[in-house]
Design a protein. Structure first.
Length: 228
């Protein structure tokens, strides 16, 4: 009997949380191996043997080690670890999911990551001071510009690439949900399609969606962030 694939993650990380959610929905035998970023466990010599980049997520399948989210998604899908609806086998359907994953990397993910880093992560860890009003507004503008693109270019149907939930929705929504730590809420008047889409993703992925966000929601209540 083969041993389960080991999945190394931290639910504080939006991409880790997205993969964790997809694996839970797939209901496949996985060995979940949490790595506490807040305790810098990813920087230990032991973890470096698992992932030479010392980041999460990562997987170990026997002697095979793999990092980088999109590579992990493709590998796990080919190994049958995901529900096929999340990452289809059809060449054209999979390409549509990949199209969003490639697009979002320098759009939704980049804008949300910069805001999260500069408004919460760096100030919390004493790496940098809280951004000034002008800097904070620029970060918010970056996020809202990309929410506008999401609204205009991707939300013609219920989900990002059609009428069914895919990895595109799981990763994209996870990046936006990360901003709860910055006490950022998507404006329903500006972005009504985005708000409704986030609700649909939550409904389609619960109870794991809310379980995965417990830590984020808890930290959000305690968060001290820069405000306009």
């Amino acid at each position: 009997m083969s041993t389960p694939i080991k999945f190394y993650y931290d639910l504080l990380s939006p991409i880790s949380r997205a993969l964790w959610l997809a694996l839970k929905l797939g209901n496949s035998p996985i060995e979940y191996c949490p790595i506490a970023l807040r305790k810098f466990e990813q920087l230990t010599d032991e973890y470096k043997k698992i992932n030479r980049f010392q980041k999460v997520p990562a997987i170990v399948d026997g002697d095979f080690h793999l990092s980088e989210t999109i590579a992990i998604i493709r590998y796990l899908a080919d190994k049958g670890q995901f529900d096929e609806k999340l990452y289809p086998k059809s060449v054209e359907a999979r390409a549509r999911v990949d199209e969003f994953l490639e697009w979002q990397h320098l759009n939704i993910r980049l804008a949300c990551s910069l805001y999260f880093r500069d408004a919460w992560l760096f100030p919390m860890n004493g790496i940098a001071p809280k951004p000034k009003t002008e800097q904070l507004q620029s970060l918010i503008d970056g996020v809202e510009t990309n929410l506008g693109l999401l609204e205009l270019l991707w939300l013609e149907k219920d989900f990002l690439v059609g009428q069914k939930l895919t990895m595109a929705d799981i990763l994209g929504s996870s990046e936006i949900n990360q901003l709860r730590l910055c006490r950022f809420q998507v404006d329903g008047k500006k972005f009504p399609k985005v708000v409704k889409w986030l609700d649909r993703v939550r409904e389609a992925t619960n109870p794991y969606h809310d379980e995965g966000l417990k830590f984020i929601n808890q930290k959000a209540k305690q968060a001290t962030v820069a405000k306009l």
